[in-house]
Design a protein around this ligand. Structure first.
Ligand code: ATP
Length: 259
């Protein structure tokens, strides 16, 4: 039997670049994420992670390079590309006066999904993220974790195949973080792909299949957590990260002098 040819990657970036005010904040990033993979983008503050996610999602126009979503070009085939992706910013916009089903049905309407399909989809997502018991409550009374889960449900309403998430676990307690992590793993195990940014190295190490390290707008290293350790000769991802981003602490810094 002949094996089927593999489909295009979920995400492909080719030499993506962006300037702000004459400063290059993303400086030629190329990478490829296949379907079924969870890829974490790690980098220090201001490295260009959010700008990269915004360019992938079509919210920020790149100065150069290309974004391909399952083979569809974000600039030339924006409709096909956007249909396959979901972007969850670090501070998603929710409507406080709505209940969770109302919010999800509103989002479904934006995607042109009719009410007969939207209602069962909303119910399925709310059960999956354990928000169904809160279905009659207004979103304005929700905790941060509940809001984050609802935003995740909203991002999944139109059944995307690539999810982009900016710091999805920041500020969540252990139980909510676990639910979001389980939901993301289930999404990739179902054949979708996830690209997320995080500052929590332990999350990147445990959750992701591969990690890309970005510093000053460049992808300086990429690989599985084990590959990054082997490459840097370090024993923890924190040491590998500090080594690869050039942020290794100097032994006698000013903090030591103050003590
Ligand atoms: N709209 C904008 N106008 C001008 N400069 C911007 C704009 N957006 C981002 N920048 C700058 O681009 C650089 C990269 O920002 P970006 O938000 O992509 O970094 P990041 O890696 O996501 O950082 P963090 O981890 O702190 O969220 C920063 O110096 C930021 O100030």
């Amino acid at each position: 039997m002949t094996a089927l040819p593999p489909g295009p990657p979920a995400l492909e970036l080719r030499d993506l670049g962006k300037h702000f005010g004459g400063r290059e904040v993303v400086a030629g990033v190329s990478l490829s994420v296949p379907a079924g993979e969870l890829y974490a983008l790690l980098g220090p503050n201001g490295a260009g992670k959010t700008t990269t996610l915004r360019m992938i999602s079509g919210l920020t126009r790149p100065d150069r390079g290309e974004v391909l979503i399952y083979g569809f070009n974000m600039q030339r085939q924006a409709r096909e590309a956007k249909q396959r992706l979901a972007y969850l910013p670090d501070d998603p916009l929710l409507y406080g006066k709505l209940t969770p089903p109302e919010y999800l049905e509103f989002v479904a309407g934006l995607w042109g999904i009719d009410a007969a399909r939207a209602a069962p989809r909303a119910e399925e997502l709310l059960h999956w993220l354990n928000l169904w018991p809160h279905r009659t409550e207004r979103v304005e009374g929700f905790s941060r974790g509940m809001k984050q889960k609802l935003a995740l449900a909203g991002a999944l309403v139109h059944e995307p195949r690539l999810m982009l998430l900016d710091e999805p676990l920041t500020g969540l307690d252990a139980a909510a973080a676990r639910q979001v992590k389980d939901a993301l793993r289930a999404f990739v195990e179902g054949g979708g792909a996830v690209v997320l940014t995080t500052h929590i190295l332990e999350v990147a190490e445990r959750l992701s299949d591969r990690i890309g390290i970005i510093a000053a707008g460049r992808l300086v290293a990429e690989g599985t957590p084990a590959e990054l350790l082997a490459r840097t000769g370090t024993t923890s991802l924190e040491d590998a990260f500090l080594h690869l981003t050039g942020l290794e602490a100097t032994p006698a810094g000013p903090l030591q002098e103050v003590r």
